[in-house]
Write a protein of this length. Sequence first.
Length: 590
Amino acid sequence: MGLLSPTLPDIDLGEWRRRPQLERLKLQVQHWGEHGFGTPVGAYLFYVAKMVAYVALPLWIISSSTPGLGPLSTIGSWWTEPIVFQKVVLFTVLFEVMGFGCGSGPLTMRFFPPVGGFTYWLRPGTMRLAPWPTKVPLTGGDTRTVFDVVAYAALLGILIWGLISDGVSGGSGAAGMLAPAVPIAVIAALVIMGLRDKTIFLAARSDQYFVMIIAFLFPFIDMIIALKLIMLAIWWGAATSKLNHHFPFVVAVMISNSPLLPSTWLKRKLYRSYPEDMRPSTFAKFAAHQGTVIEYVLPAILIFSTNSTLTTVVLIGMTVFHLFILSTFPAGVPLEWNLFVIGAAWFLFGNYTGSEYSLLNATSVWPYLIVAALVAGIVVGGTKPQWISFLMGMRYYAGNWATNTWILRPGIEERLEAEITKSAPMTKFQLLKLYDEDTSEFMMQKFTAWRSMHSHGRAHMGLISRAVDNRDDYVIREGEFLAGSLLGWNFGEGHLHNEQLLQAVQRRCAFAEGDIRVVMIEGQPMHRGTQSYRIVDAATGLVEEGTVAVSDMITRQSWLDDSASIPVTVTAGAQSVIGHESRTPEAGQR
């Protein structure tokens, strides 16, 4: 592995490209088991530099622009000031909403430039997706206008203003707290922007930071209690979402990609019988559910502990937990988020352990209402995953998300490149600036293999046979990276590259029937053993919809044990290919 050279299997890539798709997939899955994505060293250096900047830059700005704080060299005397935490949140939103955080860099297939974000959202003519374009006035359409650009620029300006503004009296420190006008302005700007473009609202990681900024409007003690409850909801929401059969697949795939785990022997132990049985091993399942226990137990201790020694021990445990997640460089690279959670935990629970900050000491009902809203989001996300983003439902890294596979006729990727306004080339064409055609195609298909290694990925691979006659006549692409190229941001949110994006693409390109078909799979409701799917054609709409059983997905290999299909229950539409396994819809499912 060189600075820019990926780790590739010892095969002829030209010969590999001539193999059937499921054979190519099998080889890549086996390669992932030992080498992960095979990321070049230079990619990791990019992320290390970015993390250093995320920590150092806001502290320098805050120390130099906030009266009442000392210089950066005396950080030990002022990092516990409330306004410091408030400004770190504002900086984090700025960092994320500009595209420098989640979904950036080579691990999300961004090379030239390594970020989307502001390069798209300051450019009129690029795509935007409103959350309710037919229901909220003045939000229709899917093209970014000058108004959208100005609104986004205003959001950036408000965040910068808040970051360098003086504090007003309040709180427990000499520097005070943010003036209420700052969070009010940020909230308003995010709401306006979010109603016009849900991508930007999600990119700001509003599932967490937006709610925290609302809490900045509460009286000081209520603010601290609310922030503690928000942190608890984040941990417990994530833990609850992992109580499923999907999560061990995520852990095995994630650890296999860790650059800090050079042992191929240990990576092989994540799978039942490497390389022929790539389902998660007992070891992978233990590692997964041990993490779930940590996310339940340690936060519960933190929220109730008034003992500083116990709190410190638990905080060390949570720090190690999040550093481990960070060390694996998981897909989507939420690296700065893990750093933020570590810092927030020490700030909130390490500094405010006194009884006056206990959960029952709020001076108003607001902290309890805000956590009730978060719990409602978790419940809705768990039972009606089609209604809200997995981010708003706090189903982080559970392996249970809405996901999409785009199936393109040859030449369609070139049309997307030529006919749609973007600020960066389609991913394939970015790779071609670095590598030859065969290497670029291997890396593009490696992410299809990555998807197939998750439980729901088996369904994607099987449903391709129901979408098109011969999968080897088509280009198969992970929807994540199409969304990243077309929208400017992607972070595991399948609702950003479902029918809404497909229709926006069709309005621009007018594809013929069969040019693009998309296999769309929704997350599993926590009270059902199935996941719903849809096969949609860009030109003609719905081809077929139905359900797949989780029990069928978790028993198969990524390459489908040579069957090329998976059992389904069809609930609407005709089968696109005759002769595949299907079930008769049960009573009440028609």
